[in-house]
Design a protein. Structure first.
Length: 181
């Protein structure tokens, strides 16, 4: 129940922020110092288990969303384009659906098709362990498993300003260097 109160409160906050123009299509909030990402162990629509540990050494975008959330629906196509553009270079995109069942998400994807894994947080337990402030909230995890960026509210994830930051992290993935600001 706590998660649902946080989600509703976050949606109210997002509506207020959207009205003031605070959330920009090309912004990600830098998280310093970079905390370790909380664990994540969920099944996808096909019943396959995914853990964040599975993707260690790669840049991972973790997006918390729901089918009933209009900003989530708005940004989902850009996450798909991001995955299509940077996925071949090793970027991972994980969509964590909060509180809904596989059937609802399956029917939803008829109108909003995606090829990256959609994970089921049916009991909203994962959202309680992550610093989510409403949905959509997206985290970028660096190759060492730390949170590098957070975006509260919808973004155009294939925007050049965001993709360049993700490419910088991917370069660091290959060389061990951290991205510069």
């Amino acid at each position: 129940m706590n998660a649902m109160y946080r989600i509703v409160g976050g949606l109210i906050l997002l509506a207020l922020l959207a009205g003031t123009g605070v959330a920009s299509a090309d912004t990600l909030t830098v998280i310093e110092p970079r905390p370790d990402a909380p664990s994540l162990q969920l099944e996808d629509l096909d019943g396959h288990a995914h853990t964040l540990r599975d993707y260690r050494g790669r840049v991972v975008v973790v997006n918390f969303w729901a089918t009933w959330c209009p900003p989530c629906r708005d940004e989902l196509p850009s996450l798909q384009r991001l995955w299509e553009g940077l996925g071949p270079d090793g970027l991972v995109v994980l969509g964590v659906n909060v509180g809904e069942d596989a059937d609802r998400i399956f029917f939803f994807t008829a109108d909003y098709p995606v090829d990256f894994p959609l994970l089921l947080d049916r009991a909203a337990s994962a959202i309680d362990t992550w610093p989510v402030r409403g949905i959509p909230t997206t985290f970028v995890i660096d190759p060492e498993g730390r949170i590098a960026y957070r975006a509260i509210g919808a973004r155009e994830f294939d925007h050049p300003g965001i993709t360049s930051r993700l490419r910088e992290l991917q370069k660091g993935q290959a060389s061990g260097a951290s991205p510069t600001e």
